[in-house]
Ligand binder design. Sequence first.
Ligand code: ATP
Ligand code: MG
Length: 355
Amino acid sequence: MRILVLPGDGIGPEITAATLEVLEALDARLGLGLELEQHDIGLASLAASGSTLPDAVLARVTQVDGTILGPVSHYDYPPRSEGGINPSAELRTKFELFANIRPCRSVDDLSVLRTPMDLVIVRENTEGFYSDRSMHAGSGEFMPDADSAFSLRKITRRGSERVARAAFDLARSRRCHVTAVHKANVLKLSDGLFLESVRSVAAEYPDVELRELIVDAAAARLIRDPGSFDVIVTTNMFGDILSDEASELCGSLGLGGAVNAGQDLCVAQAQHGSAPDIARLGVANPVSLILSAGMLLDWHGARSGRAELREAWRLLDTAVGATVGDPTTRTRDLGGTLGTAAFTSALIETLIKEL
Ligand code: ATP
Ligand code: MG
């Protein structure tokens, strides 16, 4: 399996190094035949190539079997015209990676809540309330005068139906219910269309139950009764916010793995951002990107029929659970003392015992 590795900004290089170490350990024992190819993007490539996402890197994305994308620090980027492209948004839109799949599963005492959570947020990834995705790049926000600013929110039937299908397919492999989270009571046209689209897809899945919930109530329900969710499908920004909430309730944003999935391409990417406040300190929790990479192996394993890749993901997921479940092998965000490198060694040790 050929994997493109793009470490990104902030804590990106640290958690990517940890992820590669884990993948190499898995490969050495399971013979997965991983071919890892690393390129600079983000601020690291801006000086050298004049772009945060060089064309040569972009071209490789469609030639490999999967990509691992580190977090990117778009706040610090110059304007797009000066090469400051947001690599994450660019990959999601250009390659129509329409479903951002973000599992959130609580681990024993790490969970902020007393009740367990095991849900997946399927976030629409290519439209919504993001100025770089609403019309032509960057035109979704504008100021008609110096004292007023407007943002456009784009919702389409095609975008809503395809993300809904991803959610219903996923629910079939889980507890068979999908909650559509929306604000159609206020955003009558846009979320009205989203909801109508989800309902029409639901009709194709009589075995999967559809529930509907307004986003503010969903934010509250995540705290009061997280066990009542299986798969959540929602629009871009609601999914972004709710997944940070859900991951943090599970113990830390640093546990949140995710993939951006399209028809034929998959990009592994942690749920969180580049965490500039802890960059280069060697304390970041690499679990988010390690789990994301594992999900990528599983995605490719399912499509290619390579069962050993799916098995590798299962083993990795179990080893991560065991390592973060042990109070002596936790990173600082989980109340532990281990740095990124020491945690990674502990995880690999657990993994080797399992293999
Ligand atoms: P973005 O806009 O790119 O989503 P953000 O402003 O939401 O970025 P994050 O980078 O996601 O911010 O970080 C939010 C908080 O979570 C920060 O305090 C950061 O240090 C912490 N954090 C994020 N990822 C990790 C991690 N892997 N390990 C430890 N702490 C993390
Ligand atoms: Mg964020």
